[in-house]
Design a protein around this ligand. Structure first.
Ligand code: PMP
Length: 428
């Protein structure tokens, strides 16, 4: 058997006589699989296909940048999280190459055993400095930060209150915790306050309010100043996911706490390097005690191999670059303002977004899918967001602006969006 044998369904066969196809096993050059399970999985995939919900990612044939080659074709990229264009930035690439020369390709271990290089420690210090917090713990991804830190912080007898539109990694983190869970209506401070009063009256051991900073589907922002006031009034702690705020909001892109001037009043600021910072990795910035606790209690930190030197060094370069200059953050905002203004003038409904995440509402999911396909034909890459990512009647194309887009890229994209929008009757 070849180690890289492809699991092509045409080449599977059932060794049974065929009387009961579910009873057999599938054989492929020595690989045995449970046929019943394969059939069940196929049926679920088929159900997704029927609902037009199957992911079939296109390939990038080069770096992710303002103009990328996607599926062999040059397109204006309007759906990356590469807000500052750092994913392919010279300084980050240089740092990665230098780090590979000095430290090698991999870390060789989990962080608590032999995987903590001085690079990881330097990065954590830089994160803490950038976020104006005491310390930070660097995780492999934002997803594992949320799914590891939240269950560690929330034990039996504790209570958590979470915005109804929080990211899936928060939802999974809360599912892993033994705390009592409450959901408040999206950004509804009246609802949060009422729930806090009710919960505080029951005297739980610990109350934690969890919110996204910027909501990734709509581009709207949590009222963090009010959330912090309510938390302080009711003895609750706060945990903010700043995945889409870092590099975007606040002074030099320090994030949502800087934007609302509540730095030092949020207990846990979580973020990711996979968006504006251009690399990979998650973090939780907090007090020294908070870090020591999470370091000892987060299974998604303790039990997984550490990021290799290239990624960590590039992440360090990203933070150094942003600390030195806010030029890219300013460019991101001037591009964002120009793009949103032009779309509004054309008559598009772009929802409530106040960030570079710019939905173009189609409401109908078929129309969103059609619009995305037509835009790709025209040389613009933007994906549809449909149920279950958003409510069934809230389908949209989600477009994202970066600092790297030139005015000509934006004008090209706007011209094509106008053309396709007219074809689909979204505008006149
Ligand atoms: N939180 C939010 C709000 C996100 O949008 C994402 C990324 N989709 C994450 C967390 C997870 O971050 P990462 O990509 O680093 O796993």
């Amino acid at each position: 058997m070849e180690a890289n044998a492809r699991h092509n369904s045409d080449t599977w066969h059932n060794p049974d006589t065929g009387d009961n196809p579910n009873a057999g096993v599938l054989i492929y050059e020595g690989i045995e699989m449970n046929l019943k399970l394969q059939n069940e999985l196929s049926a679920e995939i088929e159900a997704l296909r029927q609902q037009n919900l199957l992911w079939n990612p296109k390939e990038l044939n080069g770096p992710n940048c303002a103009k990328s080659i996607v599926g062999g074709k040059e397109v204006v990229m309007l759906c990356s999280n590469n807000y500052l264009g750092l994913a392919n930035h010279r300084a980050l690439k240089r740092a990665a190459i230098d780090a590979v020369r000095k430290y090698g390709a991999g870390s060789g271990s989990v962080r608590p055993i032999a995987g903590t290089m001085d690079l990881h420690v330097k990065l954590e210090k830089l994160i803490a400095g950038f976020k104006h917090m005491d310390d930070a713990l660097y995780y492999n991804t934002g997803f594992t930060a949320n799914s590891g830190a939240l269950p560690a912080l929330l034990r039996e007898g504790d209570t958590v209150i979470s915005d109804e539109l929080n990211h899936g990694s928060i939802i999974d983190g809360l599912r892993l915790s033994k705390a009592e869970r409450h959901i408040y209506r999206h950004k509804d401070m009246g609802d949060l306050e009422a729930k806090l009063k009710e919960i505080a009256a029951k005297n739980p051991k610990r109350i934690l309010i969890v919110t996204d900073g910027v909501f990734s589907m709509d581009g709207d922002i949590a009222p963090l100043d009010r959330i912090v006031e309510l938390a302080e009034a009711h003895g609750a702690a706060t945990y903010v996911d700043d995945a889409h705020g870092d590099g975007v909001l606040g002074d030099h892109g320090r994030g949502i706490s800087s934007h609302f001037k509540v730095e030092g009043r949020v207990d846990f600021e979580m973020g990711t390097f996979s968006k504006a910072f251009g690399t990979m990795g998650g973090y939780v910035a907090t007090s020294k005690t908070g870090k020591e606790y999470l370091l000892n209690k987060s299974r998604t930190w303790l039990l997984t191999g550490a990021h290799g030197p290239a990624n960590v060094a590039a992440s360090i370069a990203a933070l150094e670059l942003l600390t030195q200059s806010d030029k890219l953050v300013k460019k991101l905002w001037s591009n964002t303002k120009y793009y949103k203004k032009r779309l509004k003038e054309l008559g598009f409904d772009i929802g409530e977004s106040v960030t570079p995440i710019t939905p173009i509402m189609t409401y109908d999911s078929g129309r969103a899918q059609h619009m995305s396909a037509r835009l790709y034909d025209e040389g613009v890459y933007a994906l549809p967001i449909v149920f279950p990512m958003v409510a069934k009647d809230k389908a949209r194309i989600r477009t994202m602006i970066t600092a790297e887009h030139k005015r000509a890229d934006l004008d090209f994209a706007i011209e094509k969006i106008e053309k396709v929008g007219k074809e689909l009757g979204l505008i006149k």
